[in-house]
Each structure stands twice: as C-alpha cells, then as structure tokens.
Design a protein around this ligand. Structure first.
Ligand code: FUB
Length: 462
C-alpha cells in the first residue's frame, strides 16, 4: 500500500489519521552527563572539534543561573567527547565577580586562541564582555585585556552586553556581534583581537533577535544564527533559532527562517560548524537526567543545506524537542473535584512525586484504568512523552502500568513502537516512539489494586 498509494498515505498522515513513520528518537545524548553544560561555541583546529561551554550549577528546582566557569570538550568524531574540565572561570578576570555566561573562542591572526565571554564585571550596569587568550585550544587562558572589552559604558552598546560571537574574515578583518534583550550590536575589532576598531553599530534586518548570535561564512555568504522568542516560532517563553544572511559582514541582513525549533529549555543557543565535511548544529536543551532551564546540557545534530544556500530545519534527535503539551488542551476520563487537571501542562518541574505546589491531577477514588489526554486544533508531530507521577502516600499511588495512545481518526490506538511506559517516582519517565502525527494524544493509566493514580506533569515532545 505504501508503494502503490504514497499520496493517499501522505494525506492520511497530514490529516492525523496515521502515524508518520520516522526513526525512533534516540535517548538523550548530551555531550556529557558529568556536569550540566550550556551556551556552546564550536571551533575546529586540526582534526579536532572543540566545544566551549558554560557550566550550569543550579540546584534541582533552582530558579536562576548559577554559573562560575567555562568548560572545554573535544572530539575527533563529533560523537564521543572528552571533557577537559574548567579552563576559564570568573576568577580569571580580576575585574569580574559572577555570571559566567555565554562565550566563544576564535583563532586570531597571531595564531593564538581568544576566548570572548559574558561576565558580570562588577562595574556600572550588569554584564560585560571580557576576553582571555591562550596559545592552544585548551589554553591555559589568561585575561587578555585587564578589563572589559564591552561594558554598559561602551557608546552604543546593547541593553544587555552578553553572548559575543567573533568572526575573522578571509581578508583578516575581525568582527564581533553580541547582545540580548532584543538588542543586537556589532563592531570591528583590530587585529590584536582585544580593541574595538570603530564605532558600535546596530545591524539591520535581523528579525526577532533576542540573544545568542553565531556568525559564520559559507560559499561567500555571511550567516547569522540567533535565539528568537517571538510567538511565530515559540511556545510561551521558549526560544527558537532563526537565521539571516548577508553579502557583507555588517549587513544589511535578510531573515531566512527558523533553523532550530524550540528545545526543552526556555533558552536556546546555536553554534553552527563544519567538521570533516559534515555540518552540525550544536545547542543546548534540558534533556539530561535531572535537567532543567538552569541545568542545561549541550548536544549536537547534523545540519543540512538546500541547493540555494538556505539551511534545512535541524531534526532534533536527542528527545529534547519542544514541549507541545504547553499548547494543548487537557482532557480526562475523571479528575477528583479538588484536584487540578490543568496542572499536567503548566510547564512545572516538580521537586518530587509528592510536590503538589503547582496542583496535581488525581482520580481518587477511581481504580482500574483512567486516562488523560491532550488535544490540539491542528496535527502535531510527537516523538516522546515524559510523565511525572503524583503519589500522595494516601489513596494515590504510582500506577501499575501505562500506555501512550493516539487518535487515528476513528479510534484511540496504541502508539506503535513505544518504549516501556515508566512508573518510577520522583522523575520524568521518558517514553520514546517513532514520530506520530495526530491531534489527540492519550495516556492510559492503570492503577495498582486498591489505589488511584495521579500526574503532576505530562510533557509531549516534538
Ligand atoms: O547561560 C546564560 C545565558 O542564557 C546566555 O548568555 C544566553 O545565551 C542564554 O543561553
């Protein structure tokens, strides 16, 4: 049937009547689970790919960034990464005091490696851009300037001076882009890599810029990828990555679209690089065990080009896609009158299975099989669900079993190929499956004898 009627099949998939078959999402694949990493920058030197990352140290349930140093990882196959530990920290800059935010390393005309970072400089305003230098991609790195390269005192600087991306053009001219809070800025740097060479400019044509610029060049065209959080690409407060192109390094830029959909962390941060003939999108999400908005993890996926020089949207293979539950309407077979069905898709990350601080879904005193369900006005492609069970140590207990189902246009049927539906306490239980495209996704839950069941949060990931 598939070979003889591909159009009918495609139409059925589009209408949400059949699952769209795709390779199963592999388990989350951060470059490391030893530490939480964020804000990647990539550099190729010789036959090695180096990733420079931030380091998230917020506690579980933390509500703000705790970032004190920057780490380096290397790989010769873009699959297995060796951690080299913290190679730069806030204390490397005697004038700074906190907030080791996003950075990038670039090789200067002198052959040395310059590490540009966002850091709280303890001066006027908040964030600054500092620069360290080392003789190899692994350092050691030391402060290259003795003060910020960019601060709030820099004429024309950004509303928030973070997220530098530095680019050395074929003619040796150095450019730096940076900014946040919708304020993108650019400037030329002198060949010494640590001095501005002219005024700060505000580049034109970069639509919906939020932060995290990444500049590179391919086939004579300049590319600027960046985090955007406009409603055109994002569920509430989750950034996507858009990009723009230009024929000269300071623009004007032409917006080209979204290259990376929102991820499971609210922030998004791109690094795009070619390594051994393959292009990659390096980014972060919240997919590592125990991860979250302030406990992120860096991962990478292959990036492919269209013949016209536009980038194809990156397929996220890490299970860390957007949480489509945030835009769904929840339904259920039964909810206790005092419980809250809406708790399951409010984006909360529970501290434990007893954490009903944001409300809970519970079906006491029903026993046996009940269900919760998401409905969307248009078909969504879902690749995994993550379920955080509610257990009040009273009438509600962890379930005996569960199953993910979808609406095929006439009935609810099990999602084909789904992994085991986990029933562990105090964690998100991940169930991955070949992508299914549907307007309704259901979690069928069967209780243990003598108990009812409950859910604190149920994610449906793209
Ligand atoms: O990690 C701190 C900040 O969050 C970065 O500087 C931004 O790009 C965002 O990822």
């Amino acid at each position: 049937m598939i070979r003889s009627a591909p159009r009918i099949l495609a139409l059925a998939v589009a209408l949400g009547l059949l699952p769209a078959l795709a390779p199963p999402a592999s388990a989350a694949a951060p470059i490391t689970t030893a530490v939480y990493t964020a804000d990647p920058a990539a550099l190729v030197a010789g036959d090695t790919l180096y990733l420079y990352t931030g380091h998230d140290e917020a506690p579980a349930g933390g509500t703000g960034f705790v970032m004190r140093d920057w780490h380096v990882f290397s790989s010769t196959d873009a699959t297995t990464f060796t951690g080299h530990g913290a190679k730069l920290s806030v204390s490397s800059f005697p004038w700074a005091g906190a907030d080791a935010w996003a950075g990038e390393v670039e090789r200067g005309p002198d052959g040395r490696y310059y590490w540009y970072v966002s850091v709280n400089g303890n001066g006027p305003g908040w964030m600054n851009i500092g620069v360290a230098v080392g003789d190899s991609p692994l350092g050691p790195f030391t402060d290259a300037k003795g003060g910020p390269l960019i601060s709030d005192d820099t004429p024309g600087s950004a509303p928030l001076n973070i997220d530098p991306t530095v680019f050395v053009d074929d003619d040796g001219q150095v450019y730096m882009y940076w900014g946040s809070y919708w304020g993108l800025r650019a400037a030329r740097l002198r060949p010494d890599m640590v001095t501005l060479d002219g005024p700060v400019i505000t580049p034109q044509g970069v639509s919906n810029f939020w932060e995290a610029p990444w500049m590179f060049k391919r086939d004579g065209v300049y590319y600027l990828a960046y985090a955007a959080n406009d409603s055109g690409c994002s569920p509430p407060n989750h950034a996507c990555v858009r990009y723009a192109t230009a024929s000269s390094p300071l623009g004007p830029w032409t917006h080209r679209g979204v290259v990376l959909d929102p991820v499971s962390s609210t922030t998004n941060h791109p690094a795009i690089i070619e390594f051994k003939g393959q292009w990659y999108m390096v980014y972060h999400n919240a997919a590592a065990p125990g991860g979250g908005d302030f406990r992120r993890s860096v991962t990478l996926d292959k990036l492919y080009w269209n013949p016209d020089g536009t980038m194809r949207k990156v397929v996220q293979t890490t299970g860390g896609g957007a949480n489509l539950a945030l835009t769904a309407t929840p339904y259920t077979s039964y909810v206790s009158p005092w419980e809250t069905l809406g708790a399951i898709n409010d984006g909360h990350r529970p501290a434990s299975s007893a954490d009903r601080g944001h409300g809970a879904y519970g079906n006491w005193d029903h026993q046996g099989t009940e269900w919760i369900e998401y409905r969307w006005p248009a078909p969504q492609t879902v690749r995994s669900v993550e379920t955080y069970w509610f257990d009040d140590d009273l009438g509600i207990d962890l379930p005996a079993s569960c199953q993910v189902q979808y609406w095929n246009g006439g009935a609810y049927v099990p999602v084909p190929g789904q992994a085991a539906c986990g029933v562990a306490a105090d964690t998100f239980n991940v169930t991955a499956f070949p992508a299914v495209t549907t307007t309704r996704l259901r979690l069928s839950i069967t209780s243990r004898p003598g108990h009812s069941t409950g859910v604190l949060e149920w994610r449906a990931l793209s």
